[in-house]
Design a protein around this ligand. Structure first.
Ligand code: AP5
Length: 221
């Protein structure tokens, strides 16, 4: 069955970690709006400058712009089948926009909440380090690389810390999530399209449950 899988969760809940596993093991494309915005980092255009400023503040990029990007990305060949949206929708307006895309593509939406309490999130975010080469995600507290500061898969490459992973920015991002994105849980639950996963366990344990929710009937493009 073709579908659009929406991963919802607070910043640091582990959406990216799980979406990357779904992509590498089941071949389901991961569409991460955060990654797409970060890819604009080297562009010197007014739009890229505006997006960089918004990301650094911990606030949200405007709905229209975000949706245009999602529409363009999901029109590509690899999204003919099921795909995973990691970080979209994040507002009620974006959720309505996604309904139109779902109707247009004839794919139902299945939302999965990766549920992690706020007190764990700050440590996950401030401890996160990523590889600029392959995007592999580490954590100095929970998933340290073999050689501190360097990627296991690209041993020459130094890991980086995201500009919005400082304690101050993390607070803003968590507030933004509470205010704008959390209400979507009720929206998807009310229409019987929300499943919940306990995101406090080991990533592999979470993935097993994730796979059993999405894996059995999935068709990739
Ligand atoms: P985005 O990149 O989507 O950030 P986010 O939602 O804040 O989520 P994160 O990437 O921080 O966390 P995650 O849940 O993916 O966790 P991860 O797997 O990395 O967005 C960034 C910005 O872009 C936004 O602030 C906004 O400005 C803009 N933006 C994006 N989408 C937008 C939209 N739709 N509309 C408007 N603006 C938008 O894990 C985190 C850490 O925890 C890692 O170190 C990892 O190793 C560790 N970890 C993961 N799982 C576990 C586990 N089970 N146990 C222990 N540690 C774990």
């Amino acid at each position: 069955m073709l579908k659009i899988i929406v991963l919802i969760g607070a910043p640091g809940a582990g959406k990216g970690t799980q979406a990357r596993l779904l992509e590498s093991r089941l071949g389901i494309p991961q569409i991460s709006t955060g990654d797409m915005f970060r890819e604009m980092k080297d562009a010197d255009t007014p739009l890229a400058r505006e997006v960089r400023g918004i990301l650094a503040s911990g606030m949200l990029v405007p709905d229209e712009l975000t949706f245009e990007m999602v529409k363009a990305r999901t029109a590509r060949g690899d999204c003919k089948g099921t795909f995973v949206l990691d970080g979209f929708p994040r507002t009620a307006v974006q959720a309505r926009m996604l309904e139109s895309l779902s109707a247009q593509q004839g794919k139902p939406i299945e939302a999965i909440l990766v549920d992690v309490p706020a007190e764990i999130l700050e440590r996950r975010l401030t401890g996160r380090r990523s590889c600029p080469e392959c995007g592999e995600i580490y954590n100095i507290h929970f998933k340290a690389p073999e050689l501190a500061g360097f990627c296991d898969l690209h041993p020459e490459t130094e890991l980086f810390q995201r500009a919005d992973d400082t304690a101050e920015k993390v607070r803003v991002r968590l507030e933004t999530y509470e205010e704008n994105t959390k209400p979507l849980l009720e929206y998807y639950e009310g229409s019987g399209r929300l499943q919940r996963i306990d995101g406090t366990r080991e990533p592999e344990e979470i993935y097993k449950e994730m796979e059993s929710l999405v894996g059995s009937s999935v068709v990739v493009g």
